[in-house]
Design a protein around this ligand. Structure first.
Ligand code: DUC
Ligand code: ZN
Ligand code: ZN
Length: 478
């Protein structure tokens, strides 16, 4: 009989959490961290981290996997390939979206999404809801029931014809978030301005991918961000503004915070590493690879986003992985055609590169501390969406989701990635580190060279009350 105390010990780790950095061995049993200390007794298995940084597994709280799209468009990644890529980039929990189609019940959308995930995921996962049709039944029954069942967050769109809500509908849905303690995520871009600009661009023949950025200038994001803040103030409920792209939206969020409003904010790698020039400097079609919304801006705005990551403006850093193949009739060339920008599916891949890009260019280049890195990529997403402290930290009782970092310089190459997309927008970018090991509930899923598949090993996570929400007030005190 084995005398080992633990299933696994990760030895000599330089552990970083959102608050501390310390040297420890990590004792793991039954997929959980059961002891932290120096000189721990033997485990059945031992991994020597030899002074390497060990961080909590990433929580990617904004990614799109196998989300139903209008034909012929289809996402390249399902729960198998998407979570495979996540694991190889150090992410051990993903939260994609169960999207309600107009006319569909929320419950049906959730049921359909469970079928898509069932038996396929390599890492743990939860679902945000997308509310696109807030009928009376949705507002009174379905949404409150689903929140009570652990779907404690949902996304609201202010743009996209098939998803957008008007202001009255947004107020209705935010009221449900307030009443039932859910986190409301908001995609803030002004749909009418975008449509008006798009028509004018089309009328003058300006339909190449680069005009996507002209149709969605910062002004449309600034206005919608301001309006989202005002609507949340009216209802008196916290919101999360997602994929913030630059200065004018950041200014709105700073203003809201300075007025005591609970406005959380998310940004993504594309706003640090891409600019509008990546959509093309002429009318060639290749820029379709980087068409996403809001669009990437310019270098000045990249600096504003870096500052917001460093100074606490941003709450979380997500990928907004929205995977479409470039050279494919179901991807960026719908039906095999080079189409006008209006018809290019919005979104870029990034689930595997999110952590290495921020670790290298943020932590190792001295822009943010390693503790802030952990907070942005793991702890705060877990807190914002009701998964903490099971996820998002290295602590006794937490799931043994861990990343051991190497410090080996390399270039990002799509050929090395594990998604099912035929490009990465980050091709050729230098990074100074990459996960040498990813453990998901104590199992090695990535060893720095090889992915260790076990489709279905990822569990669905029923979530609790988002702990970033302010403590509930006794009735009558507000
Ligand atoms: N924008 C979104 O809002 N979602 C998916 C991808 C994108 O570009
Ligand atoms: Zn969005
Ligand atoms: Zn998105």
């Amino acid at each position: 009989m084995s005398t080992a105390t633990f299933d696994l010990v990760v030895r000599n780790a330089r552990v970083a959490t959102a608050s501390d950095t310390f040297d420890a061995d990590i004792g793991i049993t039954g997929g959980r961290i059961v002891q932290l200390g120096q000189g721990l007794p033997a485990g059945r298995r031992e991994i020597d981290a030899a002074g390497a940084f060990v961080t909590p597994g990433g929580v990617d709280a904004h990614c799109h996997l196998d989300q139903p799209m209008e034909a012929p468009v289809r996402m390249a990644d399902d729960f198998d390939t998407g979570t495979r890529a996540a694991a190889c980039g150090g992410t051990t929990t993903v939260i994609p979206f169960a999207a309600q189609q107009k006319g569909q019940s929320l419950r049906a959308a959730v049921r359909d999404y469970h079928e898509r995930a069932e038996g396929r995921a390599h890492v743990d996962h939860a679902f945000h809801l997308i509310v696109s049709d807030p009928t009376e039944d949705v507002l009174k029954n379905e949404l409150p029931q689903l929140i009570a069942e652990g779907y404690t967050s949902f996304k609201i769109y202010m743009t996209y014809d098939d998803l957008k809500l008007n202001d009255g509908q947004i107020l209705d849905v935010l009221s449900v978030a307030r009443e039932h303690d859910a986190m409301a995520m908001i995609h803030a871009e002004n749909a009418d301005c975008i449509e008006w600009l798009t028509r004018r661009l089309e009328a003058s023949g300006r339909t190449a991918p680069r005009f996507h950025a002209h149709a969605r200038p910062m002004l449309v994001e600034r206005e919608a961000t301001h309006r989202a803040i005002a609507l949340s103030e009216l209802v008196d409920v916290p919101i999360m503004i997602v994929h913030v792209s630059g200065k004018e939206a950041v200014e709105q969020i700073r203003w809201a915070r300075s007025h005591g409003l609970h406005v959380f904010a998310e940004t993504c790698p594309q706003y640090l590493f891409l600019t509008a020039e990546d959509l093309g400097i002429d009318d060639s079609y290749g820029g379709a690879r980087c068409v996403c919304s809001p669009p990437p801006r310019n270098k000045d705005n990249q600096r504003v986003i870096w500052n917001g990551l460093a100074d606490g403006l941003f709450t979380i850093f997500s990928s907004d992985h929205a995977p479409f193949r470039y050279d494919a009739p179901e991807g960026k060339k719908p039906g095999g055609e080079e189409v006008a920008f209006r018809h290019i599916p919005n979104g870029i891949p990034g689930i595997e590169t999110r952590l290495p890009l921020l670790f290298s260019h943020g932590v190792l280049d001295g822009r943010i501390t390693i503790n802030r890195f952990v907070e942005l990529t793991s702890t705060n997403p877990a807190k914002a969406y009701g998964l903490h402290p099971r996820k998002g930290t290295i602590a006794i009782g937490a799931d043994a989701d861990l990343v051991v970092w190497n410090a080996t310089p390399r270039q990002v190459r799509n050929a090395d990635l594990h998604h099912a997309v035929d490009y990465t927008p980050y091709e050729g970018i230098e990074v100074k580190a990459w996960p040498a090991l990813t453990l998901a509930r104590g199992e090695v899923v990535w060893d720095g060279h090889t992915f260790h598949p076990r489709a279905g090993r990822g569990q669905f996570l029923r979530r609790g009350r988002p702990s970033l929400l302010p403590a509930p007030q006794p009735r009558g005190t507000k």
